[in-house]
Design a protein around this ligand. Structure first.
Ligand SMILES: [Zn+2]
Length: 201
């Protein structure tokens, strides 16, 4: 997912939420990301090709991960490098043509790996601009997402976790888990009422 973080229609942020690189804090963030990229490259990770909207893999249901081995770990590192290289905040495996339930999220200095993630217990509402590394930015649109959610997932060792997420993290997780079910954010395009536009601005 690209990040249109902040809760404003007009706010500008990253792809799979595009940073404005002219701002000092974003330059700093980019420098940190470049350090992470160097480390990933040094450890043997590779940037994968991100497929576009016309690739049917984006519409296919994904398979559960059953084997938690070095191949999975290498794939996770490739996905993280690909996310950083693409200036994104999250990536789902179908976006690199791998139809498996694997998601990485990299935002605000934090990184997450979610294997076989399932969302439960959604709470609240948030309407924000979204974009996707697999779609042109001209298709960015508003999407209504829960403000909070509970996520059940496994880590890279197969250990099960149940955690709560909110705000932009909840949004990114929803976007990426949708990818695992063949759903794109444009399927959920939200058209605000005149009243809502006034509120958001
Ligand atoms: Zn996406």
């Amino acid at each position: 997912m690209t990040q249109k973080a902040g809760i404003k229609i007009k706010s500008q942020t990253k792809r799979e939420i595009n940073p404005r690189k002219d701002e000092p804090s974003q330059n700093q963030e980019r420098a940190l990301e470049q350090e992470k990229m160097k480390k990933l490259l040094a450890s043997g990770a590779a940037v994968r090709n991100v497929v576009g909207i016309n690739n049917s893999v984006l519409r296919a249901k994904t398979k559960k991960v059953e084997i938690f081995d070095k191949r999975l770990w290498a794939l996770l590192e490739d996905m993280k490098l690909t996310t950083l290289y693409s200036i994104g905040v999250g990536l789902a495996a179908p976006q690199i043509a791998i139809s498996k339930k694997i998601v990485v999220v990299m935002v605000n200095d934090a990184e997450f790996e979610f294997i076989n993630p399932e969302i439960s217990n959604e709470e609240g509402e948030s309407i924000l601009m979204e974009g996707c590394l697999s779609l042109p930015s001209s298709m960015d649109c508003l999407v209504k997402r829960p403000q909070k959610l509970t996520l059940t997932y496994q880590d890279r060792h197969g250990v099960k976790h149940v955690d709560n997420f909110e705000g932009i993290l909840a949004r990114i997780i929803c976007h990426e888990v949708d990818h695992l079910n063949g759903i794109l954010f444009i399927d959920k395009k939200y058209t605000p009422t005149a009243e809502e536009i006034t509120k958001v601005q």
